[in-house]
Design a protein. Structure first.
Length: 276
């Protein structure tokens, strides 16, 4: 059963299970600090394919297969596949699931595609429309550059604020029944915010406002979790009482400690400033 909590937050009463998950990444990502955490790291970003787009498709297929294998499942155990990418007509996801013989629902939300797929998947499982489904999303640096900026062969110079699109794919399997301790309790669908950012090389500035576009119900829950951590790690009073302003928070002697300890992030300052 799905009920409303707050203005836009959905409560999933039966709490669908996260049955398994997997991540497949490119060579550069595998060399980073999280390299040992990934399920699959390719040695060649071309993935043995003739084009970057086909390579991305192969990467996503690998992630889905690994997620199913980790959950001791097969494609025939799925009712749906919700998948998306950054390419025209979601061709990477389409090709990845083309031979799975499972109904496919294409997703597109740019950087929110995986979260969108999980949210929709949770609603579908909660409603009984699917007993078990897979959610996947992918991107590839080389295919994204050709899609949104310039082909690599063009040799264009990158600005200091330019982001690098990850060569990676992730997949998760949701189910109505299972023994997992990870379950989906709530869903919040975001809304678009356009503040006129025109620099195509500074996507962070364009997407930052959406990070604070939270339902007050969700913010209160997130804030309580942070405050519980603060009380646990450091015996001080609350950092975000209602009457405090951003300036007062910055002046608090506790802030530098929390920030340096990783307990409190800059994003939470932003959330505190823009809370509703």
């Amino acid at each position: 059963m799905i009920t409303h909590a707050g203005k836009r937050t959905l409560t999933l009463e039966n709490r669908p299970y996260l049955l398994s998950h997997a991540a497949a990444v490119g060579k550069k990502e595998g060399e980073g600090p999280l390299g040992s955490r990934f399920d699959f790291v390719t040695r060649n970003d071309r993935m043995g394919q003739k084009s970057w787009e086909l390579a991305e498709s192969e990467l996503q297929r690998t992630a889905i297969d690994l997620a199913l294998r980790k959950g001791s499942l097969r494609h025939c155990d799925l009712d749906l596949i919700l998948a998306g990418d950054l390419l025209n007509q979601c061709i990477g996801s389409f090709l990845a699931s083309m031979h799975s013989d499972v109904p496919y629902l294409g997703q597109y939300g740019a950087c929110s595609t995986m979260a969108q797929g999980l949210a929709l998947g949770g609603v579908l499982v909660e409603s009984g429309a699917a007993a078990r489904l897979a959610v996947s999303a992918s991107s590839h640096f080389c295919s994204a550059e050709r899609q949104y900026r310039f082909p690599l062969a063009y040799g264009g110079q990158r600005t200091p604020t330019a982001q690098w699109t990850a060569t990676a794919a992730g997949a998760a399997v949701l189910g109505a029944e299972g023994g997992s301790s990870v379950r989906m309790t709530h869903v919040l669908f975001g809304k678009m915010i356009e503040l006129g950012v025109k620099d195509a090389n500074n996507m962070g500035a364009a997407m930052a406002p959406e990070d604070v576009n939270l339902d007050p119900y969700i913010f209160r829950r997130a804030e309580r979790c942070v405050l519980q951590k603060i009380r646990y790690y450091h015996n001080h009073t609350l950092v975000f009482p209602l009457e405090r302003t951003e300036t007062e928070n910055r002046q608090s002697h506790l802030i530098p400690y929390l920030a340096s300890s990783g307990i409190l992030s800059a994003q939470m300052f932003f959330l505190s400033k823009h809370r509703r």
